[in-house]
Design a protein around this ligand. Structure first.
Ligand code: DLZ
Length: 509
């Protein structure tokens, strides 16, 4: 019985559940389609990465003797969606009696796939995505009876379950979490070790021309694309990270430096999230480096926490809480996203740095996303929908399962505390502590109400003041609100007036 095995652009893993047990008559379908390429305005690098990686992946499958139906992007063609692509493949290849797909990463597309049995009148088998360590059933089981779904406790269970960095049932080094040792500021004269970059082969060059023609008005330039597009190169990039960058990653995980967008970050989420890297393989490499004495525990644990803790946790939450999760807007944030989120031209050095790295590389690291662009959006009350769409579009590693909880829940606190126990709101002082941006900024980080004051300072207090009904009863916010209350009325009025003015002039910042 011949099957049509549909492989999506973020499922480029040889170990993908649906690619096991392929028979000689089975057809593997990969399709570059307008609907996937434009449901948000994806950064050019993201489209190049996915199309080129899809083409390389398909070529490897063909070299292995498998039958592949590959549909290249054609804007004018009638095949515009994955459903169109499946219809076309079924028409071209008679005798297919079943469609097989591994569960997809976005609710939007999952709904479409759920309509296929009726539409095509053949069985559609959806397999669990076992590239994740925690199945959705296991995650759902973990949530049972819990009032709060905190990542830390999920992470500890994942450590116990995988045995990673464990000894006799206890965490190595005696502590579960070395977060407090991941927050050093980085000296300005540090020379970080760059992630590996790759030159483009003929396939990528062809895709770059296509993207330049068809997606010219999307963020970024095709000229400086340098991501890996094969599993082999992605693994090389990761091994380079483990050997060269990871030793210092632990200390400087949260640090930011002017014009050094990567610091010691791996950027391998870009590869992991489209399937070019395997999470278990990555974890084993990190743990081996620790046992060999090549990396300190705070680095190994910090990285493992991201992989088996945070990443698996947000994916579980996403599928547990969708579709309602996307509708949350607890703090009623409605303001339009300023245009500088798209072009990066702002006098705020921190925002300029985070956005220019986004434009250049379709990447910025987690603290830039959470504490710079995310924090600004939180303080200014920017529209949750516009902000989440922006993150989904501009980052090469962004798919909704990972992007939505991180943005809506973690950065914007729009879920009212499902994900985070308090909002990650910060004034300029935090950015000054963790970066050298403020020393290179037109605004004065120590000022709050003067004309040249850092806009974040007044916005910070305005955020707390305007959301006091939602937030002041949160025990973790008590000290912050007490600090606000201690100020005299005149000071408070001046700060709030300054913030109101700033909000009126967001576009001019
Ligand atoms: C992100 C993306 C893009 C830009 N293009 C395609 C495509 O043309 N074909 C495809 O199969 N997948 C693409 N993707 C990834 C999908 O959007 C992704 O698989 C779903 O959103 C589920 O996570």
């Amino acid at each position: 019985m011949a099957k049509l095995v549909v492989v999506l652009g973020d499922q480029l893993s040889p170990a993908l559940a649906s690619l096991q047990k392929i028979g000689p008559d089975d057809i593997i379908l990969l399709a570059e389609v307008a609907e996937e390429a434009s449901y948000v305005k994806h950064h050019k690098h993201k489209i190049i990465l996915i199309f080129s990686a899809m083409r390389h992946f398909a070529a490897t499958l063909q070299q292995q003797g498998k039958q592949v139906c590959y549909l290249e992007y054609n804007k004018s063609a009638s095949i515009r969606s994955m459903t169109d692509a499946v219809a076309y493949a079924l028409q071209q290849h008679c005798g297919i009696q079943e469609i097989v797909i591994t569960q997809c990463g976005e609710y939007r597309l999952q709904q479409t796939i759920n309509s296929w049995p009726q539409k095509f009148a053949i069985p559609v088998t959806q397999l669990d995505d076992d590239r994740f360590i925690c199945s959705l059933a296991q995650f759902s089981h973990w949530t049972e009876g819990k009032k709060q779904l905190r990542m830390e406790y999920f992470y500890r269970d994942m450590r116990r379950h995988t045995g990673l960095l464990m000894e006799n049932g206890q965490p190595l080094g005696g502590k579960w979490n070395y977060d407090a040792e991941n927050r050093k500021a980085c000296p300005s004269n540090t020379t970080p070790i760059m992630p590996l970059q790759f030159s483009c082969d003929d396939i990528t060059d062809t895709v770059k021309r296509l993207v330049q023609q068809q997606f010219a008005d999307h963020m970024g330039s095709v000229d400086n694309f340098s991501y890996a597009v094969t599993g082999k190169d992605a693994r090389q990039a990761f091994l380079h990270f483990v050997a060269q960058q990871l030793p210092q990653f632990g200390d400087y995980q949260d640090a930011m430096l002017l014009d050094k967008p990567f610091l010691f970050h791996s950027i391998c989420s870009v590869y992991l999230n489209c399937g070019l890297l395997d999470v278990r393989w990555m974890c084993n490499k990190v743990v081996a480096a620790y046992h060999n004495g090549d990396v300190p525990l705070n680095a190994a644990e910090g990285f493992i926490r991201q992989l088996i803790g945070w990443r698996e946790y947000v994916r579980g939450l996403y599928w547990l809480l969708m579709p309602n999760y996307a509708e949350h807007n607890q703090l009623n944030a409605q303001r339009n996203l300023p245009k500088f989120y798209w072009h990066g031209k702002t006098q705020m050095r921190c925002m300029q740095q985070a956005i220019s790295s986004t434009i250049e590389h379709a990447y910025s690291h987690h603290i830039q996303r959470l504490m710079i662009t995310g924090n600004f959006a939180l303080l200014a009350g920017l529209s949750v929908k516009q902000v989440t769409d922006w993150y989904l579009a501009v980052y090469a590693d962004a798919y909704e399962w990972v992007e939505l909880p991180n943005t809506l829940g973690m950065a914007l606190f729009a879920d009212g505390g499902v994900l985070a126990s308090k909002p990650y709101a910060a004034s300029g002082a935090y950015i000054n502590k963790m970066s050298n941006y403020c020393k290179n900024c037109a605004y004065k980080v120590k000022q709050t109400t003067s004309d040249d004051a850092c806009p974040l300072n007044a916005l910070y207090w305005h955020f707390l003041h305007r959301n006091r009904e939602s937030l002041a009863t949160n025990p973790r916010m008590a000290l912050t609100y007490a600090n606000w209350q201690r100020r005299n009325d005149e000071d408070k009025a001046a700060i709030l007036a300054k913030a109101e003015l700033t909000l009126l002039r967001l576009e001019q910042l």
